[in-house]
Design a protein around this ligand. Sequence first.
Ligand code: ZN
Length: 340
Amino acid sequence: MRGVVLHAPRDVRVEQRDDPTIVEPTDALIRLSATCVCGSDLWPYRGADPVTRPSPMGHEYAGIVTEVGTGVTTIRPGQFVIGSFFASDNTCEICRAGYQTSCIHRVGIGGLGAQAEYLRVPLADGTLVATPDVPSDDLIPGFLAASDVLGTGWFAAVAADVRPGRTVAVVGDGAVGLLGVLAARQLGAERIIAMSRHEPRQKLALEFGATDIVTERGDEGVARIKDLTGGLGAHSVIEAVGTQQSMMQAIHATRPGGHVGFVGVTHDVALPGDELFFSHVHLHGGPAPVRRFLPELIDLIWHRRIDPGKVFDLELPLDDAAEGYRAMDERRAIKTLLRP
Ligand SMILES: [Zn+2]
């Protein structure tokens, strides 16, 4: 099969890889209907994470089951399924508490390479969620978004304790931040302030439910949030970048007693204890347990109540993956969908 392999920073190749096979009896094989490039794929692409050997890429996936192992009982060939970037058994105590990305048996999908024609999914019964039927083609981008960016934005909103009547600020205008806006709207937030200085992203944020746009960053951005909230700060702040600046911006934009939901993969973030101590904010985040939210998200997409697939503003054949990475790196695209 063909699959994306990162050989070195900025060296993305689509090459022949071995077809995956059933390894464990709990595995399933899927034929990908679509896959995509994640903002977090840009860390190794830019050399911020080391690339020591050729690495298969991709951890977002939706597609048709082609084969299951002898231990798989609920997932069947022919089903259209979505899973998250960590496979999980969905039965251990951590999974049952809703933290499937910390499952005691978790397996990272990233190492298996979902930017490809086929994918082996471990722990299929726990990991995969099937749609009621094979969806029409126009719904596929939405289901693919549920695999990571929608589920991650949703978790960020839940971790930030978004609820009806609340004011929410969103730091980061990538796909996760934008879908954090959508999640905040669905969870009943009254006011949603998107922080973005890019016009196409501002437009999408407004379509997803943002009520205000703040273009300033850092301390100036925090001052604008304070202006908009009677000097108090937002009740809930979603942090969807992962840098020192974005994290401090999120903490400073939150009112005392408020909540920060942080889902940007942190890179060299160090929190000053004294500022944290006096901020009086709740911090919760980490790799989003997307699996917790998949049944609800799939239902919303299936019934066309939400359209998270709008975050894909570039669609390319898998063979053009290198251009998909370039477009996201140069911020010409919010998110690239790849069709195998
Ligand atoms: Zn588990």
